[in-house]
Write a protein that binds this ligand. Structure first.
Ligand code: UT7
Length: 322
């Protein structure tokens, strides 16, 4: 049987770090509120002119170098993002050209914060059916571009960043199961109302802004992860005790702790980067994965459970042997 295996990871963050103390100076908030409600201490913010594609390109380059794979050997370049550089071409096409992988398929997946795990699920199926031998799968965002810096409810939550993996066809187990879901009935709880077809100006709110009913999103996210964990374990034929590392979407430490509890896992088996990165949407899971790999915590042969939840609502998971 052919599996899709992660052979290397990469990541990239903007240089500029904005701490909670910095935000105290621009909105009525406090480091204490942000830390206790979310677990966030700081976030990276893209410089003027620095794009999602720039960050994903750097993450992709690093993953390819670590994999020892030439860009010209890729059959697929796929990017999870909800903040593309331009409307079209897809940011994956822009990155493909910069890498020198011209000719292979390249496209973006917009599944909000679940974008990377969705992209991984799509790539996995292409590899398993033999259509793709090597894929570069990325998740990247510059979400701070659509944050209202005068709205304390949202501006403290988000950051920018990118992560990437190189997937290769292998006889050895790699991705064991993926579960992808969406329910557009929840579209009004987390969204950005502007866009090509409806028009780029949200006149009532003066711009391109994330809107979120945080408390409701929180409750549904916790319940959804609870069910998703059970579904993913069943799909992979595994038990809670088989999971070596949980690598969750990094939106809120309290949501992450609830999922760890459901799995009966202590927090030292959970990769947490929300304190340093805040919520980077599609960037969050691959950034956390890369941090875990580079720090030596995640080792070859271990079982990883990746999961994400975001606007749509979308939610997705992957169980894999690293
Ligand atoms: O990535 C996609 C998925 N997104 C998520 O998973 C996010 C899910 N939601 C959350 O993480 C949390 O709901 C938030 C972190 C957004 C908010 O935490 P909360 O514990 O649900 O707070 P809340 O919205 O219920 O607000 C509590 C209080 C309110 O004041 P009152 O009404 O109690 O007087 C807010 O006005 O905290 C106030 N508040 C703040 N205070 C200081 C809201 N934002 C801030 C702030 N600083 N930045």
């Amino acid at each position: 049987m052919t599996f899709a295996r992660i052979v290397a990871t990469g990541s990239a963050l903007p240089e500029r770090v904005v701490t909670n103390a910095d935000l105290e100076k621009i909105v009525d908030t406090s480091d204490e509120w942000i830390r206790t409600r979310t677990g966030i201490r700081e976030r990276h913010v893209a410089a003027d002119g620095e794009t999602t594609g720039d960050l994903a390109f750097r993450a992709g380059q690093q993953a390819l170098a670590d994999a020892g794979v030439k860009a010209s050997d890729l059959d697929m370049v796929i990017l999870g993002t909800t903040t593309p550089d331009i409307v079209f071409p897809a940011t994956a096409c822009l990155i493909q050209d910069r890498l020198g992988a011209n000719g292979c398929m390249a496209f973006d997946v917009n599944a909000a914060c679940s974008g990377f795990v969705y992209a991984l699920g799509v790539a996995n199926n292409f590899v398993r059916t033999g259509q793709v031998k090597r894929a570069l799968v990325m998740g990247a965002e510059t979400l701070t571009r659509m944050v209202d810096w005068s709205e304390r409810e949202t501006c403290v939550l988000f950051g920018d960043g990118a992560g990437a993996v190189v997937l290769e066809a292998s006889d050895e187990p790699g991705i064991l199961a993926t579960c992808l879901h969406a329910d557009g009935g929840y579209k009004d709880l987390l969204y950005n109302p502007v866009g090509v077809s409806v028009g780029f100006t949200d006149e009532k709110n003066h711009g391109v802004r994330i809107k979120m009913r945080g408390r409701e999103v929180f409750k549904i996210a916790v319940k959804t992860f609870d069910a998703l964990v059970g579904e993913t374990l069943a799909a992979a034929g595994m038990q809670e005790s088989d999971v070596d590392w949980l690598i969750p979407h990094q939106a809120n430490l309290r949501i992450i702790e609830a999922t760890a509890k459901r799995l009966g896992m202590s927090m030292d088996r959970v990769i947490v980067t929300v304190d340093k990165h805040a919520n980077t949407s599609s960037g969050s899971v691959p950034l956390a994965l890369d941090a875990a790999v580079r720090s030596g915590r995640v080792k070859r042969g271990q079982n990883l459970l990746l999961e994400a939840f975001g606007g749509g609502f979308t939610w997705a998971s992957a169980m894999l042997r690293y």
